[in-house]
Design a protein around this ligand. Structure first.
Ligand code: DGL
Length: 270
């Protein structure tokens, strides 16, 4: 048994890196649906079907717990999966809630009414599907009041990263930050609401300016998973080897993953 980590492509590797650092004894099986990325321009039904198929593949590897290290799947499919599809002996968790808990300075499971928080102007960068779902604003409204969120759908960025085109990805990030700043000139915080974007975090920070606190998910999700596995140790995997599965062409995906993560990563066919 191991813990499964899913993303539409390479972005979830940013989360996987933090998970393996925080939980070095837990075997992780990564599944990148590179053949179908980007998800961010797909319909909710399509994202639901693809995410369920990937999750089933990870269950077949013995992963009873699957982390959707993909905001688009977490926003567009997770609630429906949990309500209609996940059997009681399995768990599927998303990456949204830990981020919002950090932004609103809450502890895990704090269900008290929403309250005022320090940050008032928040820029959200995410895929078109995540922005359209308004899932971030919905989760935030359960926990905080008086926060102004300006969301920028960052079309093209995931595609450029999946193609290995760092120059295009950088140009697109800068133009999306400019577009957002025209609507919200002085955000106090920025959320990288797509797990691909930490691969471009320096560019986001540079374009936003040093005064803007940039939140990305990897470490926050790792802390939450460590806490979850302490409370639910039956979902902690033992014995299995970590591995990387892809629906794409393994050699190509391995090269791009190695380029972006700056360490050797070898994928095999899913
Ligand atoms: N990494 C995915 C996310 O966090 C990217 C989705 C996509 O494929 O567009 O949203």
């Amino acid at each position: 048994m191991a813990v499964g980590v899913f993303d539409s492509g390479l972005g979830g590797l940013t989360v996987l890196d933090a998970l393996t650092k925080r939980l070095p004894d837990v075997p992780f099986i990564y599944f990148g649906d590179n053949a179908h990325a980007p998800y961010g321009v797909r319909t909710a039904d399509d994202i639901f079907a693809l995410t369920c198929a990937a999750t089933e593949r990870l269950w077949a590897e013995g992963c009873n717990l699957v982390i959707l290290a993909c905001n688009t799947a977490s926003a567009a499919a997770l609630k429906r999966m949990q309500e209609t599809w996940v059997p009681s002996d399995k768990r599927v968790l998303g990456v949204f809630v830990p981020l919002i808990e950090a932004l609103t300075e809450r502890q895990w499971g704090d269900n008290s009414p929403p309250r005022e928080v320090a940050v008032k102007h928040v820029a959200l960068f995410a895929t078109p599907a995540t922005v359209a779902s308004r899932a971030f604003q919905r989760e935030l409204a359960f926990r905080a009041i008086g926060v102004d969120v300006e969301a920028q759908p960052c079309g093209g960025v995931v595609d450029a990263i999946e193609q290995g085109d760092e120059i295009l990805a950088e140009a697109l990030v800068r133009s999306h930050v400019e577009a957002l700043k025209r609507r919200m000139p002085n955000p106090e915080a920025a959320i990288l609401g797509c797990t691909h974007y930490p691969l471009m975090e320096k560019v986001f920070q540079d374009a936003l300016g040093a005064g803007v606190r940039v939140y990305s998910q990897a470490n926050l999700v790792a802390e939450s998973l460590a806490d979850y596995l302490t409370r639910r140790p039956e979902f902690r995997g033992t014995g299995a080897q970590s591995k990387f599965l892809t629906t794409g062409v393994p050699a190509q995906v391995s090269n791009k993953a190695t380029q972006f993560l700056r360490r050797k990563i070898t994928f095999q066919a899913a």
